[in-house]
Design a protein around this ligand. Structure first.
Ligand code: ADP
Ligand code: MG
Length: 630
């Protein structure tokens, strides 16, 4: 049934309600918030500057006047204990609404005006309407997000009519029985009969929303693409400089099965910073290459692409690997594209943009993406060749609690590298205030003298009030420690790659940086990271930054410097001091602040919910996931 069937909604108003076409749409348009108007006050007990509800009788009919070109309507009311004036601005028509002797409910903000109490522009409802079935007062009242030209009051009235039209027949069935029936839930989400009814209604609707989303995701997963069958050989031609951890082996087994299955692999490999994801990617690539196929590795930055190249060159012998990055000269790029066209390189490593620019791979069987770049069906199709889709694997260092991963990556299979390579000493983390800086200087000198390298992170590039900035900090440090080679890096510099490469090669002992160094960079000799104004960074970011050290066998340190006394900030610092486990930290953050902080939800393409909230409704989400499992 169209909404125009509802009295009061003509074509003009229907047009304003752009996405609401039918009565069904209307009742599924949920309130954004509620106000509790169950409390009716007497005029003598009103407080100033608060929105309150009164029940009062009109003493004198409305009076219109024009002051400075503005139309003012006034109305005088009284109840047992007092009297009150009401004012509206620019609503002359109200003069004809109110009649002496009638009783109304008014809800609005009360102000003191020349020692007189006044209620400004209240919402009102006539008492006999109220007695039948009030929608605006004397109850918990819904507030909607509405377009200009439609008032809350109008909308509530239509909603009430629409809800009365809804039949009691259940339209949505869920495989559980403990929830409030849908129709009752819909009625109570708009006009709750009590607090309890509201919570039960909300529970039902949140459950439903999570349920269908999870179901849709698992269907996506089931809709398999055909994939090349790859026989996974042993690693006889692969140079492994260390023994794989059991965790790495388990993930490789998952990958082997996928590659051999005849269906397209669509796998997320999760592993905390430093857990050793690169070698897993390299082994997957090895399987494809030894079966005669091509592999593309996509990195988010050029620094990371180059780093992968370096590592891959160690792992692989006799395999032609090419690098495709933005800083190459045009003719170099052309040469690589030509080589690709001639089927020369077996592995192409590059940045996302460049690899996707010219998808001309023959026999491309595997695409590996590093660091949380989601790979949509469309992109996959763009890399396909004659309808054969490549296997895809995404590596991410963001530790996502399982519950959330099921939503973010519900269409993918997930493998997790659970443990760290052996002989790693956990990074020692300390949070101190700036009074410790002289001692930290001594500590920097000591580490450098031992042949180690140091990162110092500042939140700003140039001077800003109360914030440490890379440029000034570097000058101060260079003056204080003239015998130590110190350099800086930040996003505005053109030669970032060069600086990073030089630092990795040991040309500098100290690198003062902004968060540009955050993702994936591997400098095993760096064993100390100092983070200035640590209060400015979120938990996830601090954890990622800390992951820049602790990659070698020597003891590593992370020093968080902050003068903040904010309890939440200090709690965050304590959490970092107490564990280096990213999963523990992400759970901590999820419980405390919701998923937004840790994961940067938009970036992950998290679905938007109509009513559910991932943070507060985590328990309901778990309930849904448990239901779907059985
Ligand atoms: P990330 O998961 O953060 O990408 P990397 O793959 O860069 O981690 O690995 C971090 C470091 O650990 C590298 O120097 C790598 O050579 C080393 N590494 C990886 N796996 C092992 C292992 N099984 N034993 C010893 N060292 C390892
Ligand atoms: Mg990595």
């Amino acid at each position: 049934m169209q909404i125009t069937e509802i009295p009061g909604i003509g074509t003009a108003r229907a047009k304003l309600l752009a996405n609401v076409h039918t009565v069904e749409d209307l009742v599924n348009y949920f309130p954004r918030n509620y106000v509790d108007r169950t409390q009716i006050k007497t005029i003598s007990s009103l407080d100033v500057d608060v929105v309150q509800t009164i029940k009062a009788t009109i003493v004198q009919g409305a009076d219109n006047s024009v002051v400075k070109g503005k139309n003012i309507t006034k109305l005088l009311l009284s109840d047992e204990g007092g009297s009150l004036e009401i004012v509206w601005f620019g609503r002359a028509y109200l003069k004809h609404v109110f009649k002496e002797g009638e009783t109304y409910i008014f809800t609005g903000k009360v102000r003191e005006n020349f020692y007189k109490l006044q209620m400004e522009s209240p919402e009102y409802e006539k008492i006999d309407e109220l007695q039948t079935d009030s929608v605006n007062s004397g109850r918990i009242v819904p507030l909607y997000t509405l377009p200009k030209g439609i008032s809350q009051k109008m909308f509530r009235k239509w909603m009430k009519i629409a809800l009365d039209m809804v039949s009691d027949k259940e339209t949505v069935t869920l495989p559980v029985t403990h929830l409030m029936p849908r129709v009752e839930a819909i009625k109570n989400i708009h006009f709750p009969t009590s607090n309890e009814a509201f919570y039960a209604a909300r529970h039902r609707l949140v459950f439903e929303e999570f349920f269908f989303m999870q179901l849709a995701l698992s269907k996506l997963k089931a809709a398999d693409f055909p994939g090349v069958v790859i026989d996974c050989r042993n690693l006889s031609n692969f140079f492994l400089p260390f023994t794989l951890t059991d965790s790495q082996k388990a993930v490789i087994e998952d990958i082997k099965k996928d590659l051999h299955s005849g269906k397209c692999m669509n796998r997320l490999v999760q592993g905390d910073v430093g857990s050793g994801k690169t070698v897993v990617a390299a082994i997957a690539a090895y399987f494809a290459v030894s079966a005669g196929y091509k592999v593309a590795i996509m990195a988010p930055t050029e620094v990371l692409a180059r780093q992968h190249l370096k590592q891959f060159r160690i792992f692989f012998q006799g395999v032609k690997i090419s690098l495709l990055v933005g800083s190459l000269l045009e003719r170099e790029k052309r040469a690589i594209y030509e080589a690709i066209a001639a089927d020369e390189p077996q592995i192409i490593i590059g940045t996302h943009a460049l690899i996707q620019e010219k998808p001309i791979f023959n026999k491309l069987a595997l695409v590996i993406t590093d660091e949380q770049h989601r790979f949509g069906v469309k992109q996959r199709a763009s890399l396909s060749n004659k309808g054969i889709y490549p296997h895809t694997m995404i590596m991410t260092a963001t530790p996502i609690p399982r519950t959330l991963a099921l939503i973010l990556y519900g269409d993918m299979d997930i493998s997790t590298i659970k443990s760290m390579p052996p002989n790693r000493q956990p990074i020692q983390t300390f949070c101190v205030n700036s009074a410790y800086r002289p001692r930290i200087m001594v500590f920097i000198e000591k580490q450098v003298a031992l042949g180690n390298q140091v990162y110092i992170i500042c939140p700003a590039i140039e001077d800003a009030e109360g914030i440490n900035a890379v440029i000034t900090y570097t000058k101060v440090l260079q003056n204080a420690l003239p015998h130590i080679p110190i350099t800086l890096i930040h996003g505005k510099l053109k030669n970032k790659d060069e600086i990073m490469t030089d630092f990795a090669a040991g040309k500098y002992s100290v690198l003062v940086a902004t968060t540009v160094i955050e993702v994936g960079v591997d400098v095993p000799k760096a064993n100390l990271i100092i983070i200035e104004n640590a209060e400015r960074f979120g938990l996830a970011q601090l954890h990622q930054l800390r992951g820049r050290v602790g990659r070698g066998s020597v003891q590593s340190y992370c020093i968080l410097i902050t003068d903040s006394k904010n309890a939440q900030t200090l709690e965050r610092m304590r959490a970092l001091e107490s564990t280096t486990d990213g999963f523990v930290l992400s759970e901590f953050d999820l419980k405390r602040r919701g998923p937004g902080d840790f994961f940067g939800l938009r970036q992950h393409g998290l679905p938007e919910f109509k009513i559910a909230n991932l943070y507060t409704d985590l328990e309901i989400l778990k309930e849904v996931q448990a239901t779907l499992k059985t």
